[in-house]
Design a protein around this ligand. Sequence first.
Ligand SMILES: [Zn+2]
Length: 89
Amino acid sequence: MIPNKTACLRCIVPKGVEEESPIPIIGVTAGLLGILQATEAIKFLGGLKTNLIGKLLIIDLLSMSFDIIKIENDEECKKRCQVVSISIS
Ligand SMILES: [Zn+2]
């Protein structure tokens, strides 16, 4: 997510998510997702092309499937969000 440029979590889930009891995950899931997020952040900060800007990576490790879908900014969300832009130089 790039503030004021790409869709945010609220664009995807406008009503938010209900807090439920914790869902157990296999430990490697968090590690894998962390590595993927760090990789995308390093690519972005290094000025390299990333395929995930404006997209959502959906991972199902049970079936070992990876899908990428395009997500659009919600116009109502743009009006509500008062996110301050981050300038990287
Ligand atoms: Zn949004």
